[in-house]
Design a protein around this ligand. Structure first.
Ligand code: DGL
Length: 267
């Protein structure tokens, strides 16, 4: 039985999920946070659904050992490959959330016929999870999904400056994305590129960033279950399966300078 003071567990393949963690911390400062970045196995976007699911289940066990009341899969690749398996594994021990459903729900504001682009990893695009959910709810939206696999690795390695204008332009000028009116950033690393993407599209495309809608949905779900911690200042623990200075440096760019990564191997 979970209680209000139990932590929220958040995981990603690396440090990208910190965009979601940051938004959760800002919206719910009283919550204790346990973050896990599976840096030893990233990128997830190139792996098979079976491998991503196996990693996600091991991380889930670790977060359950830390008594997490909620597990947020802050990674699109893991959300599209492993959500159902994680939810079945957890049962009623904790609430499990993914990043896809809150984002899809937030699209209800787009009422007119609309050409929408999506960029994400190969796994996210290949899974067709966004396509199926959006088509079922919003038949007037034409979704075009385009894999932009190298972006997440470049950000993990060098931060936002690792993504050169020519690499970004190579991806975003793909004919599939021509004439889009909005663009879903379906990878938790991409909010870091928002300014560059806006510049590429001359500010003419509405950029849909999942971080705030996911944290709003986490907030609402905790309230509905009577599990929201109203304390003033929660604790924060950031774990990675492989530690390097460059991960720590990158993580600070996502989260701020107070962050310290601790190495914690997966069992
Ligand atoms: N952060 C992951 C996502 O949202 C992608 C990075 C990776 O390929 O590991 O899909």
């Amino acid at each position: 039985m979970s209680s209000q003071t139990d932590p929220i567990g958040i995981f990603d393949s690396g440090i990208g999920g910190l965009t979601i963690a940051k938004s959760i911390v800002e919206a719910m400062p009283g919550e204790d946070i346990v973050y896990y970045g599976d840096t030893a196995h990233l990128p997830y976007g190139d792996k098979s659904p079976a491998t991503i699911t196996a990693c996600s289940l091991r991380i889930t066990d670790l977060l359950l050992q830390k008594n997490c009341k909620m597990i947020v899969i802050a990674c699109n690749s893991a959300s599209t490959a492993a959500f159902e398996a994680v939810r079945a594994h957890v049962g009623d021990r904790a609430i499990v959330m993914n990043v896809v459903d809150p984002l899809v729900a937030s699209l209800a504001v787009h009422k007119e016929p609309h050409k929408m682009g999506l960029i994400g990893t190969r796994q996210t695009v290949r899974s067709m999870v966004y396509d199926q959910k959006i088509q079922a709810l919003y038949p007037h939206i034409t979704l075009v999904s385009h894999p932009t696999n190298l972006l997440a690795s470049a950000i993990e390695e060098f931060g936002r400056n690792g993504v050169t204008d020519s690499l970004l332009s190579e991806y975003l000028s793909h004919p599939d994305l021509k004439d889009i009116q909005s663009l879903i950033l379906a990878c938790t690393h991409y909010p870091l590129l928002k300014d560059k993407i806006n510049t590429f599209f001359d500010q003419k495309v509405c950029i849909i960033d999942p971080s705030d809608v996911v944290s709003a949905s986490v907030h609402q779900t905790l309230q509905e279950h009577g599990l929201h911690n109203l304390g003033s200042m929660g604790t924060r623990h950031f774990h990675v399966s492989d530690y390097t200075d460059s991960f720590e440096k990158g993580a600070r760019m996502f989260f701020g300078h107070t962050l310290h990564l601790e190495h914690l191997a997966l069992e």
